[in-house]
Design a protein around this ligand. Structure first.
Ligand SMILES: Nc1ncnc2c1ncn2[C@@H]1O[C@H](COP(=O)(O)OP(=O)(O)OP(=O)(O)O)[C@@H](O)[C@H]1O
Ligand SMILES: [Mg+2]
Length: 214
């Protein structure tokens, strides 16, 4: 379980975002909300990519916000699959090599073929990412996040660049392969949000202020 308590993030001399307390069980959850309301910032705080200025991020009872950078990095590498809106794939490398790069962080990628199969892209394994369609690249990005069988999957607009039909198919796949884990996904599309177990309207959850003492 993931829980946040009194979480706030202050960007140097700029916005202060204060979040209402949240908990995420082993379920799928969509984050909806206006641009700039703090969705990406929440995912980054949960993933330990940024350090909150106050509050706790509890993952299975452990306060990650207080952990050392090394501990956070180890935890993230082992237990969190992060799917970026812009994929962050190595375009000139093959699908297989994009997953194999995780071995540099000592991630076990022995489940690669099973994951590619689940996502319907096993036949693309030896293709260069550059030659794939948008939907295919998105599946590769999801495969890279899932190959380590993480407990937590964080997805920042995983279908942002795709049309509704392809987006819906990818969201359905993502939800089904995430069963039994915690999936938190940002989306701008309320039709896609309905596919998740739960929808959180971040407009009501993240309170943003201009930092007055900057
Ligand atoms: N590195 C940063 N430095 C300063 N301000 C930042 C930084 N990152 C985010 N912000 C500010 O924090 C607020 C929340 O940003 P965030 O990226 O979390 O929004 P978002 O909900 O993901 O928006 P979008 O839907 O456009 O992706 C915004 O006002 C943004 O300008
Ligand atoms: Mg964002």
């Amino acid at each position: 379980m993931i829980a946040t308590k009194g979480l706030s993030v202050r960007f140097r001399g700029e916005a202060l975002i204060a979040y209402r307390d949240l908990t995420f069980e082993r379920e799928s959850c969509a984050l909806l909300g206006a641009s700039g309301c703090g969705k990406t910032t929440l995912l980054n705080a949960i993933a330990g990519i940024l350090t909150p200025s106050s509050g706790e991020v509890l993952i299975d009872g452990r306060n990650m916000a207080a952990a050392s950078q090394r501990e956070k990095d180890d935890f993230r590498i082992r237990s969190i699959g992060f799917i970026y809106q812009d994929f962050k794939l190595l375009e000139d490398m093959t699908v297989e090599d994009n997953l194999r790069v995780l071995e540099l962080e000592r991630v076990d990628v022995s489940q690669m073929d099973a994951v590619l199969e689940e996502l319907g892209i096993l036949p693309l394994k030896r293709r260069r990412v550059r030659k794939l369609s948008g939907g295919e690249k998105q599946r590769v990005a999801i495969a890279r996040a899932l190959v380590k069988r993480p407990d937590v999957i964080l997805a920042d607009e995983p279908t942002g660049n795709l049309n509704y039909e392809i987006g819906a198919r990818i969201v359905e796949t993502l939800i089904s392969v995430s069963l039994g884990r915690t999936l938190i996904a940002v989306t701008h599309d309320d039709r896609l949000a309905k596919l998740f177990d739960r929808v959180l309207d971040m407009n009501e959850i993240a309170r943003s202020e201009v930092d007055s003492d900057a």
